[in-house]
Design a protein. Structure first.
Length: 529
């Protein structure tokens, strides 16, 4: 039995595929490869679980690039979904979901997104270069597989970078996921479905005109799907309010956090596990969820209008902003130019690309030291650069870092420029802030961990922000405009922690509910008439 597919997994898959409706065939390209026997065994094992699933070896060299490439055929027609490599590790879920969706399972996408993807007229050939150890890669593969299922003009190929080193070297890929569209780099680094759609709308403006049936007037619209937003949505729904939650990605930054040990009552968990638990809790209530949508604009008034990237408009009596924050960039020469070619923001995703290499982490807070500790088990050496005279991380983390022979810290330094050679990072220049001396260190990878920047650009001119872009809120979560509230990392509330965001979300919801008690719907009806 294949090492990935044991009897327990087979029995579980039999339950998942019991109601499969379509005939699904795995078609593997003919030829020889050192990994081919393992892949054949893998595909045969999965095809044995249902009489609706079959396996065939065939010459499809115009579609499949390698003897370890296979595609899924649905009722005799190619699906456009291709896997080059053995989809184990984190990509096993991508493979099983593709099988189930080709078999007729619900794609679990909002109707407005399905409509938008259906409207694509151009031929789109996606290639997604992944690492089997990358926790963010499956989200991209799964999103694009859904696109291929919706529209025959779209195909998507997952490519295991570890098995196709020639292509990796030729394209100078040094980070995952790296997405190519029709042979050109499309997106790389941490990417979600909303970002993919936004990029497609930039390339194909006709996609911005998609419209779906509008929701009825809502009591509250929460913008953001992290701990603050989900907490606000649950508290609002429990009060019997009409609630919609709009989010580009469920979980927000939490989804990228691997170790969580300070959430009271939960001894230990991970970001993906906590995100799943929050989402399941959300589904216990009657809440309209608009996932993978971006808010373009908010129009103020007694009734607020929220315009989405899909073209939809949602009207609501109140809004709760919970959009969180994103990775803060260094904004120095060489950073953007080398993103994916040695500059990275997610040590869990891109760390494996730097095995036995000299790298650095910029940032001496908890995130930076945690990243250095994680990377020290992979890299040859890890240098930590901190702008302040002392590390900001918790003492327990600093002590762990000091105990690692291959971690070295540099405090009171300012990073000035990232250098590259032949398209890949080769070093970094920094200034010693005490002596003002400029120094250079040769490195092959740079992980930026210098905190977060609020996701508040769309709020400029709508509500008051401080100089850092944070939403200014009262102790009750009120913003400068009546009926608009805010919570979590996007606000001026100090100490950006998961448990604090959850509490702030609950607080904002209660405050919004109090506001709604004074809201006079009769005035709105008269104005509309």
């Amino acid at each position: 039995m294949n090492s990935i597919i044991n009897n327990d997994i087979i029995n579980t898959l039999k339950g998942y595929t019991a109601d499969i409706q379509n005939e699904v065939k795995f078609i593997l390209q003919n030829g020889s490869h050192s990994k081919r026997d393992e892949l054949v065994d893998f595909l045969k094992s999965v095809s044995s679980i249902s009489d609706k699933i079959s396996f065939e070896e065939k010459d499809l060299d115009k579609v499949l690039r390698s003897p370890i490439s296979f595609t899924l055929e649905v009722n005799g027609k190619l699906s456009g979904i291709i896997f080059s490599g053995i989809p184990g590790g984190h990509e096993f879920n991508s493979f099983i979901l593709a099988l189930l969706q080709c078999g007729g399972s619900d794609l679990k996408l909002d109707n407005s997104i399905i409509e938008l993807i259906s409207n694509i007229k151009d031929d789109l050939k996606f290639e997604v270069f992944i690492s089997l150890s990358c926790q963010n890669c499956p989200e991209v593969v799964q999103a694009l597989n859904k696109f291929a299922s919706i529209n025959n003009n779209i195909s998507n190929e997952m490519i295991d970078g570890g098995l196709f080193q020639e292509i990796i070297d030729k394209r100078n890929i040094q980070g995952v996921p790296s997405i190519y569209l029709n042979g050109e780099l499309f997106l790389n680094g941490r990417v979600d479905l909303a970002k993919i759609i936004n990029k497609l709308q930039e390339l194909y403006p006709y996609l911005t005109n998609s419209k779906s049936e509008s929701l009825p007037l809502q009591d509250v619209v929460i913008i953001g799907g992290g701990p603050a937003g989900i907490s606000a949505a649950i508290y609002s729904a429990r009060k019997g309010l009409k609630v919609t939650l709009v989010a580009e990605i469920m979980g927000g930054q939490v989804k990228d956090t691997m170790g969580i040990e300070n959430l009271t009552s939960v001894s230990s968990t991970t970001g993906p596990e906590l995100t799943g638990a929050m989402y399941n809790h959300l589904n216990d209530y009657d809440i309209s969820v608009k996932e993978h949508h971006r808010v373009l604009e908010i129009s103020k008034g007694d009734i607020k209008n929220i315009k989405l990237s899909s073209g939809e408009d949602i009207k609501s009596k109140t809004i709760i902003i919970a959009t969180g924050a994103n990775w803060r960039e260094l904004n120095i020469p060489g950073e953007k130019e080398n993103l994916g070619n040695g500059v990275a923001y997610c040590p869990h995703c891109d760390g494996p690309f730097f095995k036995n290499k000299d790298i650095c982490v910029v940032g001496g807070g908890n995130s930076g030291i945690e990243a250095a500790l994680d990377l020290s088990g992979i890299a040859k050496s890890v240098k930590v650069f901190e702008f302040l005279p002392n590390l900001k991380a918790d003492k327990i983390l600093i002590d762990q870092a000091n105990s690692r022979e291959n971690i070295e810290t540099f405090c009171n330094v300012e990073c000035k420029e990232i250098h590259s050679t032949d398209g890949k990072v080769s070093g970094i220049s920094y200034k010693d802030r005490e002596s003002n001396e400029i120094k250079k260190i040769n490195l092959e990878g740079i992980f930026v961990q210098i905190g977060l920047i609020p996701n508040s650009v769309f709020l400029k001119g709508v509500i008051d922000l401080n100089n850092y872009g944070e939403v200014i809120v009262s102790e009750k979560g009120e913003t400068s405009y009546p009926g608009i509230f805010a919570c979590g990392d996007v606000t001026t509330v100090p100490h950006k922690q998961i448990i604090i965001s959850m509490g702030e979300g609950a607080k904002a919801s209660i405050t919004a509910s109090e506001y709604l008690q004074t809201f006079k719907i009769e005035e709105y009806i008269q104005e509309s008439a």
